[in-house]
Structures are given as C-alpha cells and as structure tokens.
Design a protein around this ligand. Sequence first.
Ligand code: SF4
Ligand code: SF4
Length: 464
Amino acid sequence: MAEKIPPLKTGLDWSGYESHGSFGGFDSFGSFGESEAAAPAPSGSGGFAKAAAVCAGKRHCHNTDKGVMCPSYRVTRDDIHSTHHRASTLKAALDGEYGAHPFAGPELAAAMDLCVSCKGCKSECPHGVDMAQLRIETLAQRWKARGGVPLRERMFAYTPRFAMHLKQLNWMNSVRQRIPLIAKSMERWLGIAAKRSLPKAAARDFLASAPQAVHVPENAREVVLLVDTFSNHLDPQIAQAALEVLQAAGYTVHIAQPAAGERPLCCGRTFLSNGLIDEARAEATRLLDALTPFAERGFPVIGLEPSCLLMLRDEYHAMGLGERVATLAKSAVLLEEFLAREHAAKRLELALKPMAKKLLVHGHCHQKAFGAMEAMRKVLALVPELQLEFIESSCCGMAGSFGMEAEHYEVSMQMGELALLPQVRAANADTLLIANGTSCRHQIRDGAAREAQHLAQVLRLALV
Ligand code: SF4
Ligand code: SF4
C-alpha cells in the first residue's frame, strides 16, 4: 500500500514545471496528443513530481537507430535501464509506492544506476524528459536521506578543489598502472575501476602563465575565454590553442579569472553531477560574480568543455542563482558556436591553410543535445581539403566519473564499443581525431589507444 512521503525540500528549483500541469518545461517539443498525454503528477513535491510525470510512456526511448537516447538502454536492451523506467520509478516513489523514505531505498538507486546524464532524453524524447536533472535531485535527496555523501562521490565532486595538486600525484598514477595490486586495492577501497587509467595532470596549469591584463586597442572585438578545470589542469594545450586561434582571428581575449587570492573558477559541474547541489551553487555564484560584468557589456563568454559551458545555459536556471543567470546564459557559447556564428555574420577573419587529411569527429553528448554539432561541421569545413567524417555515436561511455566507477566499468566500455571505439580503431594512424569532451578523450585513450584532440587544437594546426 502506498505511504505518504513527507514534504520534500528540493535542492534544485523545479518551479518551471509547476505552470505546465503535468507537462515539462520544453515547449519546443509541442503539445501532447490525446494518445500521448503525460501521466498525472504525484501530489506534493511540486514541480519535481511534475517533471517526473512528463513521461508519456510511449517508449520512444527504446529507439536505438539514431541519436544518443538512451545509452544504457542501448547496451542492455532492458526497459529497467530506460528513460521511461527511470521516470515511472521516480513517479511511483513520489507517490509513496516504495514507502515513506524512497530516496534511501534500493528501487530508485537501481533505476538511476546506469543513467549517464547524457541529456539525450532532454533533446530526443518527444516530451523532453530531463532525466539528467531529475537524477541530480534524486542523488541529492539520497545523500540527505542517508546522512552523507560516500567518499568516492565526494572525491569526484571535489576534483576542482584539488586539481592543482594532481601533477604531484602523476608518479603515483604511473606506479598504479605498473603494479596491478595497487589498482586492485584502489578498486576495493575506493571503488575506482582497476582497469581504468587515471587522468594525468599537465606539468604547468594554463592559468599559471595566462596573460593577466590585456591591452585593449580601439575598436577591439572583445571576448572572454572561460578555462574550465580540465582545460586548465589536464589539457592546458587546449586552452592555449583556443587563445591563439581567437587572437589569430583578431579578437581581444580576456581570460576569466577569480577575485584576487581565490582558487580558480569552476562551473560546478563535478559537484552537481554527484548530487552536491549546495557546493555546485557556491561555485556557480563565484563564476557569476566573475563573468557577469563581461556579459553585461555584451562580450561573448567562450567555453571549451561542453558539459561545463553548457551548464551556464541549462542547469544554472534551476539552481536559484537569480536574474544574473539570464544575462550570462545569453553570452555563453562554445568555441565552435562562436566561430560558426561569426562566420555566418561575415565577421570571422581566420586564415586557415589546407590540411589534406581525414578527420573523424566524435560529438560530446551535451554538444549533441544542444545542437552544437552543426557548428562543429561548419567551422571544420573552413579548413581547406580537410575530409570530415562524423561518427554516428551515442555516449562514449565515460560520462564524467561514470566509467571510472568499478561497478560501471564494463557497461561503460560496452557503450564505447557500440560505435565510437570500433570506428576509432579502424581509422588510419594519420587520421586526425576530434573529441571536445575530456571524458570522451579519456575513453578513446583507454579503449582504442588513440589520442583525440579538441577542435581548438586542429584549428591551431591549420593557422597560416
Ligand atoms: S521517456 Fe520520453 S520517450 Fe521514453 S516513454 Fe517517456 S515520454 Fe516516451
Ligand atoms: S540522461 Fe541519457 S542515460 Fe540518462 S535517461 Fe536520459 S538518455 Fe538515458
């Protein structure tokens, strides 16, 4: 028998769903037909319950031909790992079907277990079920119900806080890779898959040598480069390439910096993905403080890591951050979106030399969900003689920390094997590879022993 669950205090702001009856917040997906009405929302829990009830149950999330949705269903072919099952389990939980304290119990945890937060459903489900965001709230409620966040999840979430020390740990990573017993112990004690390589930090952070003050000439075309944790500490060559490409195109580039004496800026993605909403909000507030003055002057804020930059246009709206979010969201663009937009407006002055090479492109799930792949295509087409091929892939399987978690390693590799990894392995050694996501490059390195680059690096190679 259903029990009454106590009123929920949600960590995210779900009020956007309240005015939509049982419908979601994504009007662009059209209205519901008679045969595809959304389920009635459970009473209580406000917009959160209504967001779960957006699912109409017709199971388009079982399609596996094109697109991204739903990677976990694609590998398991089991409804219990589909968007539909996750939405109906959450709805049942909020209806009290799993007792008065469903967030501490096993049903929701099992339903959400293989969700990689790819946002495929947000863009491909006809009703725009946003399971990635529902999963964040579910995780946050779980940690609250259980009285704490497990050590591994805290470690992944807090990566930006200790990323500056990662280079001192590179030696430990190489020892771990050479001595399987150490990797096995880490798996046992921390839950990090022994078969995974760990990220290697660069010897020098990008921001340590980035220009602090920028000379602004008259009639300058000013932009802001947002260097995320990963581009700063793991792949500073990507941030450097983006800086050089933007400068070569004649832009005056401000590097987003924290207030004096503060730690580097961070969008909050790793916190949010692990259900630490308050910590993510604190990071987002610092980022807003730093970027709002630029956004108010109309400067584009250009990002490199899809899941970081796109958070400014997506989850920031649900984090109770106030009105500044709207201004920043309008300015936030990925490098490829910015360049494509400038080119379309006939403002892009970027001289690129021919590259008679084949280039294989893997899109990050969030690039696909936000329609940024067309911009990738347009920008790469500016390089003469480059032969482009886009891999028809779903999620790479790494998905932030998902593929590093011991219990998810096998399924993570299966996701990669669906399309991405076989195509990368089949590519000639001189074929260039692009993957703009840090996790995607990690998966390609582990699963196909190849190094992929960011779009910025390929453009820099093509600079005249
Ligand atoms: S999640 Fe979307 S596609 Fe899947 S059953 Fe629900 S409404 Fe249909
Ligand atoms: S976010 Fe991705 S993995 Fe999760 S339910 Fe949606 S499509 Fe599936």
